[in-house]
Design a protein around this ligand. Structure first.
Ligand code: SME
Length: 151
């Protein structure tokens, strides 16, 4: 499944659309084609502030459009620079709930020229669905996105 999505990601990033549109199209592609991806969104560092701001996403609207560094899974990844796979969100103390239907989450940081400038965040309504394949695939997605983002 991920192998068939990779060329589609490249096709999206190679269009002449605005970057915001490309990112939204990537969210749509992932949410529609990966059964365990129920909410897909990008967060980016908000200027020079120690906080994340929600960018394009697909899924239910969230109240969490601004997340301080260190808060929740997303805020922790902003500081750790590491992938964060959460098989069971209820087992996490430092977690920001967006929807009661969410069971698990994966956040993968997005690097441009070695700097952590944001992340892709995926919520799943399935318990413990994420494997190494998800991590490698989302690292690929972020590497492609990094090519179209101004440093
Ligand atoms: N659950 C995230 C907050 C963002 S929502 O999932 C869209 C967190 O704990 O950082």
């Amino acid at each position: 499944m991920f192998d068939t999505l990779k060329p589609k990601i490249k096709a999206i990033t190679n269009t002449k659309e605005e970057t915001e549109t490309k990112l939204k199209n990537i969210c749509d592609l992932l949410q529609e084609n990966v059964p365990h991806y129920d909410w897909v969104g990008f967060y980016f560092r908000n200027g020079k502030k120690e906080e994340l701001k929600l960018g394009p996403y697909t899924g239910e609207p969230t109240d969490h459009t601004i997340i301080p560094f260190g808060k929740g899974i997303c805020g922790q990844v902003a500081v750790s620079n590491q992938n964060f796979v959460v098989p069971d969100v209820q087992a996490q103390d430092n977690y920001i709930a967006c929807s009661i239907t969410v069971k698990s989450e994966i956040v993968v940081p997005l690097f441009v020229n070695g700097e952590n400038i944001g992340q892709i965040d995926i919520d799943s309504n399935t318990p413990d669905p994420f494997t190494d394949e998800d991590e490698r695939f989302l690292e690929f997605v972020n590497a492609e996105v990094a090519k179209i983002i101004e440093p």
